[in-house]
Each structure stands twice: as C-alpha cells, then as structure tokens.
Design a protein around this ligand. Structure first.
Ligand SMILES: [Zn+2]
Length: 144
C-alpha cells in the first residue's frame, strides 16, 4: 500500500477516535489491514514524496498534537521496516511484519482502489464533522 494512503487512513481513524494515543495504535493496526488489500506499490522516491506530502498536509491542517496526526504517524510507522530493509538490501523474507513478508496483498496494475480509499479518508478529514470544543481548543488563542 502506498505510504501516503496509510497516512490518510490513519488520519481518518484519528478523526474518529480523537485520542492521540489510541489513534497511533489504531493507525498502526490499520496498516496491517491495508497491506492485505490488493494494491500497487510505488518506487521509493515517489513513495517518500507522497508520504511527506500526506504527513505535511495532516500536520498543517490538523496540528502536530492532533489525534489525526498521531493516527497518520502510527499508520506510516510500520513501513519504516521496508525503508530499513531497502537501505540494507534485506530480502523480503527477513522482514518482521507478516504483511510485509508473507501476507502482502495481491499486486495490482492500477491505483484505483488506493485513490478511492485516499479520497474517502480526505472527505472524512474535510467534511467529517467538527471536533468538540474540549477536544480541539482554538489554536493560537489563549483563554488565560
Ligand atoms: Zn506496509
């Protein structure tokens, strides 16, 4: 699964659960599920660019201390294993996560399912309702 799609999925989960700690854990768990879906993996360079763009989008739109950002980071974190493996030229069968080594989703030719998942997550982030006041105090405005 494209890392940026993992990030947006984790951010959407963070929007729903609203607790950064839980969002991080649920984001990481979502990674395992998403890796099972049929998908097309990209080359490392576009993967890194898209991941940085997705994390940057979530950080600037939701805040670095938000549950959305925590969910995005949690969802991306398992792919650090892939980055280390590529840097060290480790074979896939030496990867620790089962979805990276044995239970990886079927390869597809197109990006359609991933684009649809990303669009759904972006819709939830943009139009999925507002956080309660106690969950998201006004940024930059002090009440004291
Ligand atoms: Zn993965």
């Amino acid at each position: 699964m494209i890392v940026a799609v993992h990030a947006l999925t984790g951010a959407a989960i963070g929007r729903l659960c609203r607790d950064p700690g839980k969002a991080f854990i649920l984001g990481a768990l979502s990674h395992l599920i998403a890796d099972h879906l049929p998908h097309l993996d990209l080359d490392p360079a576009p993967e890194c660019l898209l991941a940085a763009a997705a994390l940057g989008l979530v950080a600037t739109s939701q805040g670095c201390d938000s549950s959305e950002f925590a969910g995005a980071v949690g969802a991306v974190a398992p792919d650090l294993e892939n980055a280390v493996a590529r840097a060290r030229r480790l074979p896939e069968d030496r990867l620790l996560l089962p979805t990276h080594s044995r239970y990886h989703g079927r390869k597809t030719r197109g990006l359609g399912p991933q684009v649809m998942l990303a669009a759904g997550c972006l819709s939830l982030l943009c139009f999925g309702g507002r956080k309660r006041c106690q969950d998201a105090p006004e940024r930059g405005i002090s009440t004291r």
